[in-house]
Design a protein around this ligand. Structure first.
Ligand SMILES: Nc1nc2c(ncn2[C@@H]2O[C@H](COP(=O)(O)OP(=O)(O)OP(=O)(O)O)[C@@H](O)[C@H]2O)c(=O)[nH]1
Ligand SMILES: [Mg+2]
Length: 293
């Protein structure tokens, strides 16, 4: 066996490009939540792929956007911080996206010396000529080390991404224990599972107005107990989240419990309360308390 390689790889791209789907596929575990809605991911989330001779530490990041409120500013900080310590960048772009011409982020990428791959995702929705046009476009605007059409959802061409990453992975001892999958704790994943259910079941501004906090997590012999709070910005949102006769909150609770049981391979009890904190996502103190930078 040769020397051990290890490094950080950032997955960057616009909202809904499929970054979290790609992260999950690359590490073979559903760590990062995936939904059809934009702005699903809010934090930088590490997912670690371990083999005997290497450790790839992938960062899933929030989608690149122009921040309109403080929470989105924090989301963009997570994107930029993941650029700073990366050994390799994977820019993920959906075949359905508009060209990036006016995007200031493109300039940052152009000026960065970090090895880059552009992966054109969702090619299962497209055809060869559209894919070729996109590949030409990315060659002309960024000229990265690799341009590869992929389908994160179907696992198509992901080996090429792994090959490129491996080629550029520094010789380095592992950064994390070799049996670790992420830097996040169980509480974080439990709160994300609840947020995923909210994103799936609630419409309009609700998904973007909630924060989920796991208040207490008790591991018992036959069952884990999760006590959570959903924070909303206004009383009217609380009414919607609870639903008629508590229908919505029950649905969210049931769906979350099933996903948690799948994740933990154990029986789970879930208790969810809804609480209003007026305008929390524009207030520094709450963002800080909720773990945003
Ligand atoms: N058809 C198709 N859909 C995909 C593919 N990859 C991801 N998707 C879908 O695209 C949607 C967004 O996927 P995510 O992985 O949440 O995208 P994201 O880039 O992490 O989004 P944000 O966290 O909001 O920035 C989901 O409905 C996925 O199922 C793909 O290869 N093909
Ligand atoms: Mg995501």
């Amino acid at each position: 066996m040769g020397e051990h390689r290890a490094g950080y790889i950032s997955i960057l791209g616009k909202p809904n490009a499929g970054k979290s789907t790609l992260l999950n596929a690359l590490i073979g575990e559903n760590l990062s939540i995936v939904t059809p809605k934009v702005q699903t991911t809010r934090h930088r989330i590490l997912g670690i792929r371990n083999e005997d001779d290497y450790q790839m530490v992938f960062s899933d990041t929030p989608g690149i956007l122009q921040p309109a409120y403080l929470l989105q500013e924090s989301m963009m900080k997570a994107v930029y911080s993941s650029l700073e310590d990366a050994d390799v960048l994977i820019l993920l772009t959906s075949i359905e996206e508009d060209p990036w011409d006016e995007e200031p982020f493109l300039e940052i990428l152009k000026n960065s010396d970090i090895p880059k791959a552009v992966a054109i995702n969702k090619i299962d929705l497209s055809d060869e000529s559209a894919v070729n046009l996109k590949m030409d476009y990315w060659k002309s605007v960024l000229n990265p080390g690799l341009i590869i059409p992929v389908s994160a959802i179907k696992g198509f061409n992901l080996d090429s991404i792994l090959g490129f990453v491996h080629e550029h992975l520094p010789i380095h001892p592992p950064y994390y224990e070799k049996d670790e999958l992420s830097d996040r704790h169980i509480r974080f994943f439990m709160s994300e599972i609840i947020r995923e259910s909210i994103l799936r079941f609630c419409q309009k501004e609700i998904p973007y107005s909630v924060e989920v906090l796991v208040i207490s997590y008790n591991e018992e012999k036959d069952m884990d107990k999760v006590y959570a709070e959903i924070i909303v910005e206004r009383e009217s949102q609380k009414v919607i989240l609870i639903g008629k006769g508590g229908e919505m909150i029950k649905r969210i609770g049931t769906e979350s419990r099933i996903k948690m049981e799948e994740f933990l391979q154990k029986k789970v009890f879930v208790d969810i309360r809804v609480k209003v904190i007026e305008g929390w996502r524009s207030k520094q103190t709450y963002l800080k308390r909720f773990g945003y930078e």
